[in-house]
Design a protein around this ligand. Structure first.
Ligand SMILES: Cc1ncc(COP(=O)(O)O)c(C=O)c1O
Length: 461
């Protein structure tokens, strides 16, 4: 079969049986390998489709600029179609995205704007807000908006789902991660219409708000950061239709990253982390159902490939830094024990203590920095000898002033289980790790300084 352009090569991705990772499950597991698409992900499908939809209804004119807030894959899908059709592209990405994804988009000639992750969606710096603003500023431009553009789910309804049913008429359960919601909603609607009894299960990462909204109808818990890319949200996009979803499962970062590696080593499938997450979710959900699913066929969508994440999930050092792989050198608890750092020995200043008092405390204890607590006893940050000296020397502070203004708040709570690799990374970034023990009511055990790390590493040789 010879296609007219790369766009015609989108779709008809293979389904393969998972032979090892699901060996203990009651059901048969299959993976639909969406990274076989020419741009490397499921988003190739909606990229050209949303552009053609905008052309059809006159929202996109020749020579125009396509703007999108995208985690990378949709960008590639759009850039590929734009290259063929002669449009410019501007992509807005949150800063947690991998460098590979950003470089990939730039190599298509697209402009990439990186925005902070840790802001609310309605904050003017958020990637949703920046996308909308650029769409207003750039003439003859179109904000594609894969989240609220219903042609996203329409594509999956008209194309992905019929393809699935044709390839696998005996499907019983479809499992997919939920991001924009296009895949699961579009496929779910079609499969439910055509095959009664098919169950649709969405997978959402812990930290996203979607699971809570699905289960309770409201969102009380604020969204929190997580590392799986491409799935989970901090708002509910228009492409969602919970009526098409029978159930939802939550997955954690660590189990999803580990499963992604296992898919490669035991099935030879080089997939992205949302695929690993979807498999973890599918296995958990099938297990929860008990015997009911014995011998049933579960299809899991694998949205993209591992090559976009080689510096993360397939990098052992990175995996150790985030604590997903066992450390080679030990953890914070090992260091505290080896250096005999005891919580009772931890001296602390109050934010209202005068600088003179803090200086005597530091010199009595023979330390160069110490934590400072506020009136409620919460750790506010730390104060360093060098900072006190500098501000006294430059007459920016007096000995009787409270220590409050000199407190460095770049502290980071870690636990005894955090790896030395992670602690070293924090220290080299200028942060101060405060070690707590979750088994002892999150009691603060102490701080780790660069000298502590050197002493600990030295003692191991
Ligand atoms: C890697 C990855 N996995 C899963 C998804 C989720 O698919 P959907 O947006 O159709 O819900 C996306 C979407 O951004 C993705 O990029």
């Amino acid at each position: 079969m010879i296609y007219n352009s790369v766009l015609d090569a989108i779709g008809n991705t293979p389904i393969v049986r998972l032979n090892r990772v699901a060996v203990n499950s009651a059901a048969n597991f299959y993976a639909k390998l969406e990274f076989i698409n020419p741009g490397g992900s499921i988003k190739d499908r909606i990229g050209f489709w949303m552009i053609e939809d905008a052309e059809r209804n006159g929202r996109l004119k020749p020579g125009g600029t396509i703007i999108e807030g995208t985690s990378g894959n949709t960008g590639v899908g759009l850039a590929m179609a734009a290259a063929i059709k002669g449009y410019q592209c501007v992509f807005i990405l949150p800063d947690k995205m991998s460098q590979e994804k950003i470089k990939n988009l730039r190599s298509f000639g697209a402009r990439v704007v990186v925005t902070p992750t840790a802001v609310e969606p309605d904050d003017p710096r958020s990637y949703y807000s920046v996308s909308r603003r650029l769409a207003q500023e750039i003439p003859n431009s179109l904000y594609i908006d894969q989240y609220n553009n219903l042609s996203n789910r329409e594509y999956h309804y008209q194309h992905t789902a019929p393809e699935i049913l044709e390839q696998m008429p005996e499907i019983d359960v479809l499992v997919a991660g939920i991001g924009t919601g296009g895949t699961i909603t579009g496929c779910g609607k079609y499969l439910k219409e055509k095959k009664s009894g098919v169950e649709i299960v969405a997978v959402d990462p812990i930290g996203s708000i979607v699971y809570e909204v699905f289960k309770t109808g409201e969102n009380k818990t604020p969204a929190e950061g997580y590392l799986i890319e491409g799935i989970g949200e901090d708002f509910i996009p228009d492409n969602y239709d919970f009526a098409q979803i029978d159930d939802m499962v939550q997955v954690g970062d660590k189990e999803s990253f580990l499963m992604t590696r296992e898919l490669l080593t035991s099935e030879g499938i080089y997939s992205g982390v949302s695929s690993g997450g979807a498999v973890v979710g599918a296995l958990k959900w099938v297990k929860q159902q008990g015997k009911r699913l014995h011998g049933k066929n579960v299809l899991v969508i694998f949205p993209d490939s591992g090559n976009r994440y080689s510096s993360k999930v397939y990098d052992d050092d990175w995996m150790r830094e985030v604590g997903f792989l066992e450390s080679k050198t030990g953890n914070a608890g090992d260091l505290m024990r080896a250096l005999n750092k005891k919580p009772d020995a931890l001296i602390m200043a109050n934010q209202s203590d005068p600088i003179s008092m803090v200086i005597s405390q530091l010199s009595e204890a023979g330390v160069s920095q110490m934590p400072v607590q506020d009136e409620k006893g919460w750790i506010k940050g730390i104060v360093r000898e060098s900072v006190i000296l500098k501000s006294l020397f430059h007459q920016q502070a007096n000995l009787e002033d409270p220590i409050d203004d000199l407190v460095d708040t770049s502290v980071e709570y870690v636990t005894v289980a955090d790896s030395i690799e992670r602690i070293s990374k924090l220290v080299t970034e200028g942060k101060v790790p405060l070690v707590t023990d979750p088994e002892d009511g999150d009691k603060l055990l102490g701080i780790i300084t660069d000298i502590d790390l050197l002493n600990f590493l030295g003692s191991r040789h």
